[in-house]
Write a protein that binds this ligand. Structure first.
Ligand SMILES: Nc1ncnc2c1ncn2[C@@H]1O[C@H](COP(=O)(O)OP(=O)(O)OP(=O)(O)O)[C@@H](O)[C@H]1O
Length: 622
């Protein structure tokens, strides 16, 4: 299991993405979190290490070879052509070896990095799928998308850039220093005096580079979040003609991101060039001191040549390692964000003891709410002391003003949330004692906005259950009257729906969901009726389908149009989380209470009930 992170949930999220309060990277925890994956690929990492070592040695021995060619051959006056040729061949062999092993090392490390990232991404996605609805209330979709996409990508950068740089550049630096001391310890000691200067410059730039980097990332997150928000609310933007305003706001964010990017690039360029100047200064210094030594015959020319080559190479690894600091930091923060998600436990769980799966055909469908109280936020109950018994096969209509608690009641029955107090029982068994898998087969849900995948009609109805045949799907569609909807599509049952079935009307999507119900045959059916204004033909189709689908099963319909449930066995009228009236349509009308008001309103008799309810709400808020 991953380490515990100081804080989880939305707060951590906001800090991470909005960036004003940056989360502190916790290097030890991050490395501990990754250590399991690193251990799994220990052999691969060992191979990468080996390749790196060979590549570095192949690189660094080249100047030394030149030194031998100059001092022992060219300037020694030995005219050893064969020896010179041999040196050139070995030089070429070193270059080829460096190329080959660098290529191998890069490929291996990328492969390991990508496979770790793929494993983390898979783990993250399946973990998110297991979370309860309360988790999604807390976490925004945008931040979860960031975790699965860019945070895992940052992890990849950690392996392919940071780790590689630490390996390669760290080792290169050590070897260069060794070679310099091997060539001339005195000159090497002089050169090392430059190290403190390099260190100070690196530290100064590091904090500046970190800041510019963070700013660019934050601005990008905001830009992405803005685009995501706009895409989600595109219909509103178009209806209210907000295009120009949104374009303006986008351009504003885009401009800010552009500037942040330019600042980041400028800092990098400045840092790189500062190192170039230092390198040139150092070379000039070595040429001066070494040149004197060569002129005074205290040093061979080949040694000076090799020394200058090493000095040139000396600055590259330091430059690269310093620049990797940001990547290391963002990868560490990304790891902590990923692990804080992985650490969260679903609020709704199957109980520990092995619960027996329920045989669907033995479920009668009696539902009892016993003294149920529930709140999304502590101290703000939205359902209070609710007692209710629904008989098997009963068709129940649930009505009430907006915010009365109708959907919450249904969410509790589906166990998207657990009750705070009391219990909900199906056929006498507390739903907390029914495995969630069984419960969700027992309770079929047709939502207000039925979810359709980007897949074929067949896949959308069978939900990828191979045991359901194509004939079953066709029969189900025919039964609920969805056949004509499918026939109108270009490829019939094999038509691929676009994202969320956006090419279909709300009524058509509901009809397809009814077909799903027929195919899966849940003993309990919940229908959250579409609020979108359906034309009278679609309304008739849905009504007919509902009558067919509800036959023989306990059915709860959240009705936004009272016409849908006028024929219900019982209508529950909800207000402020309580059932305030119940009975048949005629009985409730005769009572002249809240339902009668709602009905009168729905018949065009004024908005009084709704108005009163909203006014009370407004009073409460004020
Ligand atoms: N996920 C949530 N987190 C916090 N509060 C919520 C959440 N969902 C609903 N609420 C609140 O709970 C109360 C009941 O909401 P609910 O959705 O159950 O009402 P409803 O009767 O279904 O309304 P509508 O007809 O508008 O769908 C409302 O005050 C609502 O603001």
């Amino acid at each position: 299991m991953g380490p515990r992170w100081a804080s989880g949930g939305k707060r951590n999220e906001e800090q991470g993405h909005e960036g004003e309060k940056k989360p502190k990277p916790q290097y030890v925890s991050a490395f501990r979190a990754l250590s399991g994956y690193i251990r799994e690929h220990a052999l691969g990492f060992a191979a990468v290490f080996g390749c790196t070592l060979i590549a570095i040695l192949s690189d660094l021995l080249q100047p030394y070879l030149m030194k031998i060619a100059i001092d022992d051959n060219l300037l020694a006056g030995v005219n050893d052509y064969k020896g010179l040729l041999l040196i050139c061949i070995v030089y070429f062999a070193f270059s080829a070896s460096s190329f080959f092993f660098t290529y191998l090392q890069n490929n291996l490390l990328q492969r390991i990095g990508q496979s770790i990232v793929a494993a983390v991404r898979k783990r993250l996605f399946s973990h998110i799928l297991k979370q309860s609805m309360s988790y999604f209330d807390r976490m925004s979709g945008g931040s979860l998308i960031t975790h699965v996409s860019s945070d895992t990508e940052a992890l990849n950068q950690f392996f392919s850039q940071v780790l590689l740089s630490l390996f390669r550049d760290g080792l290169t630096l050590v070897f260069i220093i060794v070679m310099m001391f091997q060539l001339d310890a005195g000159l090497a000691t002089y050169c090392l005096f430059i190290l403190p200067v390099i260190f100070v410059i690196a530290v100064l730039f590091r904090s500046y580079m970190r800041e510019t980097y963070q700013q660019a990332r934050t601005r990008l997150s905001r830009l992405i979040a803005f685009v995501a928000e706009n895409l989600a609310g595109m219909n509103l933007i178009q209806v209210f003609h907000q295009q120009k305003e949104q374009e303006r706001q986008f351009q504003e964010r885009n401009g800010v991101y552009f500037k942040a990017n330019i600042r980041e690039v400028r800092t990098h360029v400045l840092f790189g060039r500062t190192f170039d100047i230092l390198s040139t200064l150092c070379i000039a210094f070595v040429t001066w001191i070494g040149g004197w030594a060569v002129l005074g015959k205290q040093m061979e020319f080949g040694v000076l040549y090799a020394f200058i080559t090493y000095i040139r190479q000396f600055f590259n690894p330091i430059n690269t390692i310093t620049q990797q600091w940001n990547t290391l930091q963002s990868a560490t923060v990304a790891v902590s964000r990923i692990w804080s998600v992985l650490d969260s436990k679903p609020a709704v769980n199957d109980s520990e003891e092995g619960m027996a799966e329920v045989e669907l055909n033995r479920v009668k469908g009696e539902i009892r709410f016993d003294d149920v109280t529930f709140s999304y936020r502590e101290g703000h109950p939205v359902i209070t002391n609710l007692n209710l018994v629904i008989k098997p096969g009963e068709l129940i209509g649930i009505v009430g003003a907006t915010g009365a608690g109708k959907s919450s009641l249904i969410s509790l029955l589906c166990r998207f949330y657990d009750v705070d107090r009391g219990s909900i029982r199906i056929d006498g068994t507390d739903i907390r004692d029914i495995p969630q898998r069984s419960l969700h087969r027992m309770v079929g849900l047709v939502q207000q906005e039925p979810y359709l995948y980007s897949g074929t009609i067949i896949e959308n109805i069978t939900l990828f259950d191979d045991s359901i045949s194509r004939e079953d799907v066709i029969a189900a569609c025919r039964f609920v009257g969805a056949e004509s909807v499918v026939e109108r599509l270009s490829n019939g049952y094999d038509t691929r729906l676009s994202e969320r079935g956006s090419g279909l009307s709300a009524g058509e999507r509901q009809l397809l969901s009814f077909a799903r119900i027929i195919v899966f045959q849940p003993p309990i059916l919940i229908l959250d009726e579409a609020t979108a204004n359906l034309d009278s033909y679609s309304e008739e189709l849905i009504q007919r389908a509902l009558n067919l689908v509800s036959a023989g099963r306990t059915t709860l319909v959240i009705a936004h149009r009272l016409s849908t449930i006028m024929g219900a066995d019982r209508i529950l009228v909800m207000d402020k989380g309580k059932v305030v009236e119940q009975g048949k349509h005629r009985e409730l009308l005769a009572r002249g209470g809240y339902y009668a008001k709602l009905y009168s309103h729905s018949q065009g008799g004024g908005d009084s009930a709704l108005y009163e309810s909203l006014t009370e709400k407004a009073d409460a808020i004020n």
